[in-house]
Design a binder for this molecule. Structure first.
Ligand SMILES: [Zn+2]
Length: 441
């Protein structure tokens, strides 16, 4: 009897001990998950350090590549932006990578892409990324198109993304817009400002639309960030090279003490983050006054001489059919990637040095091949004296490329494509020379 009681007591104690140990392990696990806070299951994630709420009406244009102001970021703060999606598979890869690091970004969507992949738009919403727009058809002519056409591009792009978001459109679509190719125009800027839409240029690029390796995308992203210490990075979620480079970019940001900032628009319930006007200037006010209004110089290649993306950039059957089937041959793509010895390469290849950072000079070149004229322009800029280099600091060599546009089915779409083709054909003659144009901001 006594022996039996002792055994029961022993069992009870043993049970309590097991319960205590189990509870302890559970508590430790929960505590661990809690300490990872923003990124459960990814304790070493980069994470998103803070949310910045901005009022587009107070700051209608941002990004020092073209404008006086940029986001009020502290040193070592970075805002990631992705253009031209959503494109199934590629965008999903990017989303998975961002999710694995608990990083929030801003996506500038093309209306046609949203119409073809509305579920891709909703995935962005569900992952709580910020959604802005990037026109309906991604025309590389907003710097000189009529206001009516520009309005149509802007409004249709917004309508397409709103249609994909459905009832959530008001809450999920930010009044943020990025001009295709960053080809700004006064009338476009005025129209967007009147609508309370903030124009996002960028602070630096990684040239991920060009025929460069993922390693090169990584190098450019990190070098250009290190040169500035903070800023808005422009990437694309429709390219394999970007998806391949992205994990290493995020790991390096984490290792070097950078922080990701998530930007959202102010609303009635969510007031803008308090900031000082000077925080919106990348450069000290004295510098800004000396060099602003800036005269951005755009060097672009006409549509006829655009580089084509590599075939490897495209997914096979999974992706929707693409626009090249509908375009005239001179615009058709994807085209096979041209090897260095290919006799059909008629344009001079740029020297590797052209793509290195030269002090504060940031030149982003479009295309896998530049004309001699472009190289002369770049070379002159690189060897200019300090004053001239300063003037060139905001120079942007806008990209002359068109993203792949997935198309919807049906006669309506075919009619739209026909209209687009007609517009593109009449818009610009095919030229090989890179044009250098100056315009006042
Ligand atoms: Zn774009």
């Amino acid at each position: 009897m006594v022996s039996s009681q002792r055994r029961d007591l022993s069992n009870i104690r043993k049970g309590r001990w097991i319960a205590a140990v189990t509870f302890g392990i559970l508590a430790c696990f929960l505590a661990g998950a809690t300490s990872a806070e923003d990124c459960p299951g990814h304790p070493n994630a980069l994470g998103t350090s803070r949310t910045l709420v901005v009022d587009p009406r107070e700051h209608p244009r941002i990004g020092t590549m073209q404008y006086l102001e940029t986001l009020p970021l502290a040193d070592h703060e970075v805002v990631l932006t992705f253009d031209d999606g959503p494109l199934p598979r590629k965008s999903n890869q990017v989303l998975d990578i961002l999710a694995s690091q608990c990083v929030k970004a801003t996506f500038f969507l093309i209306g046609q892409m949203a119409r073809s992949s509305p579920e891709g738009v909703r995935k962005l919403r569900d992952a709580h990324h910020t959604i802005g727009t990037h026109s309906q058809d991604h025309p590389l002519s907003m710097d000189h198109m009529s206001l009516e056409r520009a309005k149509q591009e802007i409004d249709d792009g917004i309508a397409s993304v709103r249609a994909a978001l459905g009832d959530d459109a008001d809450a999920a679509l930010a009044p943020f817009f990025r001009i295709p190719g960053l080809l700004r125009g006064d009338n476009v800027e005025e129209y967007l400002a009147a609508k309370g839409i903030q124009i996002w240029s960028a602070d630096f690029l990684a040239d991920d639309w060009r025929h460069i390796s993922p390693a090169r995308v990584y190098d450019l992203a990190i070098k250009r960030l290190e040169a500035r210490g903070k800023g808005i990075l422009l990437l694309h979620d429709i390219h394999t090279r970007t998806a391949v480079a992205l994990p290493r970019i995020l790991e390096t940001l984490k290792a070097r003490g950078y922080h990701i900032v998530h930007v959202v628009p102010a609303t009635a319930e969510r007031p803008a983050t308090p900031t000082e006007p000077s925080e919106w200037l990348m450069h000290p006010p004295a510098d800004a006054i000396a060099h602003w209004p800036q005269v951005p110089e755009f060097v672009f290649e006409d549509l006829g001489s655009l580089p084509a993306p590599a075939r490897a950039d495209f997914d096979e059957a999974v992706d929707a059919p693409i626009l090249h089937e509908r375009l005239p041959s001179r615009l058709s793509w994807p085209q096979p990637e041209l090897g260095p010895g290919d006799p059909s390469v008629t344009l001079a290849a740029p020297a590797p040095s052209l793509f290195e950072i030269q002090g504060s000079l940031d030149l982003a070149f479009s295309g896998a091949a530049l004309s001699h004229r472009a190289q002369r322009v770049a070379s002159a800029a690189q060897h200019a004296d300090a004053k001239r280099a300063s003037q060139h600091e905001r120079r942007h060599l806008a990209s002359g490329y068109r993203p792949r546009l997935a198309h919807a089915s049906g006669q309506a779409h075919r009619d739209r494509q026909k209209a687009t083709k007609a517009r593109m054909t009449e818009r610009r003659p095919v030229k090989r020379l890179v044009q250098v144009r100056r315009r006042h901001a």
